[in-house]
Design a protein around this ligand. Structure first.
Ligand code: F6R
Length: 252
């Protein structure tokens, strides 16, 4: 695992954007796995500026998002489809037909999960961007005795709904379910880029990256992957730095 801890969020975002840009430069038809939530917003902003500076084209890139709420149409301002357009797709030259999210409005949600997995099978992900929940979830793979490998319907934990309530008018409006890629789908990506920021993520980052590999902390399964890059701000990295004295802050 390659871990870097940044003094500033700007430097973190820039580094994440550079990694994504490099993936596209090396392979213009790269397949990117994308995430939503508050963590990637700065990364997408940096990627938009970087691609303008470097005249990077997304014309042949394909994207797959980790997850989508069940019951929110793409035009709903809290759907992940809406988020992706707002924070990335509307600002780059990617054809929308090459962008994919699970369809949380599908009549047959089980069939939708199979369809999504089939597409992922046909187009393996080159680089998967991930955030992490306070409870260690990745995508909506919540802590549990057993985890599901493929794309599936997930019941959201009360803590996750409470954390996401900040984006909704009231907590009751946060959907109860989501479709999410499973842990096996995530681990199939050739390269995983995990980003976390904020002191509230410090403990879970330390547990996930240095503690036992356990389904009780789904992000700990990332320890099984051979090519993971972790980018943290100084607050999210503070417990790790205490644990591992070889880790230092990067100042620029
Ligand atoms: C979002 C996702 C979630 C988030 C996680 C962290 O697509 O899959 O796992 O990455 O909930 O959310 P933030 O970034 O809002 O702290």
């Amino acid at each position: 695992m390659n871990i870097t801890i940044f003094e500033s969020n700007e430097a973190l975002d820039r580094q994440a954007a550079e990694l994504i840009a490099r993936t596209i430069t090396e392979r213009p038809d790269a397949v990117l796995g994308l995430a939503t939530g508050s963590t990637p917003i700065g990364v997408y902003r940096a990627l938009i500026s970087l691609s303008a500076e470097q005249r990077l084209s997304f014309a042949d890139v394909t994207t797959y998002n980790l997850d989508e709420y069940v019951g929110l149409p793409p035009a709903h301002d809290q759907s992940y489809a809406y988020y992706m357009k707002q924070h990335l797709f509307d600002h780059i030259d990617i054809p929308l037909a090459q962008t994919h999210l699970p369809d949380g409005m599908a009549q047959d949600l089980a069939a939708e999960c199979v369809r999504y997995d089939q597409m992922l099978e046909n187009q393996p992900i080159d680089l998967q961007l991930l955030g992490v929940g306070h409870n260690g979830h990745i995508g909506f793979n919540e802590p549990a005795g057993q985890l599901v490998g493929g794309t599936h319907l997930a019941e959201l934990e009360p803590a996750t709904r409470a954390a996401n309530a900040r984006f909704f008018e009231r907590e009751e409006l946060v959907p109860q379910q989501a479709i999410t890629m499973g842990v096996a789908s995530i681990l199939k990506a050739k390269h995983i880029l995990l980003v976390a920021r904020g002191a509230d993520k410090a403990e879970i980052i330390q547990q996930a990256l240095c503690g036992p590999i356990t389904t009780a902390i789904p992000a700990s399964l990332l320890q099984l992957h051979a090519n993971v890059t972790v980018l943290l701000d100084k607050d999210a990295g503070k417990d790790l730095m205490q644990h591992d004295s070889s880790l230092h802050l990067v100042h620029s």
